[in-house]
Design a protein around this ligand. Structure first.
Ligand SMILES: [Zn+2]
Length: 72
């Protein structure tokens, strides 16, 4: 496990909530796997997870609701 580049703290594997505001719509995705700094709380999402999130957001954009809350 690598160190946090911001504070040098230990990064641990955890879950986060990803939220994106598209202006006319807000999408929240819960339980997204992330590396979280145990010291400053900064979160990192790996490339594969980011790609999956992008697909979820693109899929959800087609629906009409103003707020969507999903699980990863
Ligand atoms: Zn940190």
């Amino acid at each position: 496990m690598s160190k946090c580049p911001l504070c040098g703290g230990e990064k641990i594997l955890g879950k986060t909530t990803y939220a994106v505001d598209l202006g006319d719509k807000i999408i929240m995705v819960r339980s997204v796997p992330a590396q979280i700094c145990s010291q400053c709380g900064e979160e990192w999402i790996d490339a594969q997870t980011a790609h999956t999130l992008e697909e979820i957001v693109n899929e959800t954009k087609k629906r009409a609701c103003q707020v969507e809350v999903l699980s990863f």
